[in-house]
Design a protein around this ligand. Structure first.
Ligand code: ADP
Ligand code: MG
Length: 366
């Protein structure tokens, strides 16, 4: 099964775009299944001033149109990752990429950024958690008669902003990062909450999302300028000797040992990465260049994963995970033997955003 899949998700036109009669600039063709095409119709003017449209075509592992629900995206793209978590050593991650307003947070956490009580289409995290706990109890029922230690879960949720980690399950407390002897980055003191059910997991996500979205004015809203990482770790009870405790840590103080990991990453808005010009304040430029660095590093890591497919070259390329805090923190996802990664690149359909959409499709394309 493939180590990496790259999918595109097109969101519907929003109320503002509909009321301004913005044309839909994207056509999705899924008839070429298992791969699918997306066509971008870019309006422009010829040299003589007459209006024209140029169509650009892109091929991806999957393309979801504006009618796709989060459940459909989950079933088609993410469920295989959750299944892979119940093999020892599974390292599964979902990255959502795209410009601000393209639907990243909707995809991962659902409408309204996954605030408690938000109506409608629950985010991918909720479908994933439902499957994780169903499969966990099945796995434990099989393990018990064979005297295998039970599996259990912890949840963590943090933001990576300006190269620093903020713990969303501890009122955004800043956390130190430290590289250990194996080259894994540890987040010292990151909150890890034991979760015994999908419901408990959802409560932790909602806690973190409330931290992300409330009490923030436009000026201090970091949600489009930070990467949000929600992580579920499956532990094997008492199998190890107590050791370091961090996000890369593989043994808990009680001796529980990492069995597998699942990471959901809602990336910073990609427009920040492109827009690193001279404008803005010093802080804005620092943010933009940090985002730029991490999104470029992510692209290189994903490219290296493509090349590591069974069909790829005999000598796989070096994975440049050290090039940013984001990729260094998620090193596992790129170098682990049993890593599986899905990238969902989100795009908006309005003609006014065509250049951003093309940038996103080029970023996600091979
Ligand atoms: P991002 O996180 O990329 O900045 P959001 O996920 O916040 O973007 O989405 C922007 C707006 O568009 C939100 O109001 C969201 O509810 C809406 N939206 C995004 N994707 C969809 C979708 N697939 N279906 C319906 N509404 C969507
Ligand atoms: Mg968002």
């Amino acid at each position: 099964s493939p180590k990496i899949r790259v999918c595109i998700r097109k969101r519907p036109l929003n109320a503002k775009e509909l009321s301004s009669h913005s044309p839909d600039s994207l056509t999705v063709r899924t008839s070429s299944h298992p791969n699918a095409h997306i066509y971008v119709h870019r309006p422009h003017r010829r040299l003589d001033g007459t209006p024209a449209t140029t169509t650009h075509r892109f091929l991806f592992d999957d393309v979801f149109d504006e009618h796709a629900s989060n459940l459909l995206v989950y079933s088609a793209a993410v469920r295989p990752l959750v299944r892979a978590m119940f093999k020892r050593g599974g390292r599964c991650s979902l990255f959502c990429y795209g410009q601000t307003g393209s639907g990243k947070t909707y995809t991962v956490f659902g409408p309204e950024g996954g605030r408690p009580g938000a109506p409608g289409d629950p985010g991918i995290h909720q479908h994933a958690c439902a499957d994780i706990f169903r499969l966990l109890s099945l796995a434990n029922r099989r393990r018990a008669p064979r005297n295998l230690p039970a599996l259990n879960c912890t949840a963590s949720y943090f933001e990576l902003y300006g190269g620093r980690v903020f713990d969303l399950l501890a009122r955004r407390a800043p956390r130190q990062m430290m590289e250990d002897a194996r080259g894994d980055v540890q987040v010292v003191g990151l909150t890890r909450v034991r979760v015994g059910s999908a419901e408990e997991c959802r409560r932790q996500v909602e806690r973190g999302n409330t931290e992300r979205t409330t009490g923030r004015t436009e000026a201090n809203d970091t949600s489009s300028r930070s990467h949000a990482v929600f992580q579920v770790v499956v532990w094997e009870s008492g199998a190890g000797v107590g050791e370091l405790d961090g996000v890369g840590g593989t043994v808990l103080p009680g001796g529980d040992k990492v069995f597998s990991k699942f990471s959901l990453i809602d990336l910073a808005g990609s427009e920040r990465g492109q827009d690193t010009g001279k404008g803005g304040t010093r802080r804005q430029r620092m943010e933009a260049s940090e985002i730029n660095k991490s999104l470029l590093a992510l692209k290189e890591c994903i490219r290296a994963l493509h090349a590591r497919q069974p069909s790829g070259p005999v000598c796989p390329p070096h994975v440049p995970f050290r090039a940013s805090k984001l990729t260094h923190l998620l090193r596992d996802s790129f170098v682990h033997r049993s890593s599986r990664t899905v990238m969902v690149a989100a795009v908006g359909p309005s003609a006014g955003g065509v250049e951003h959409t093309l940038n996103t499709l080029r970023y996600a394309g091979r």
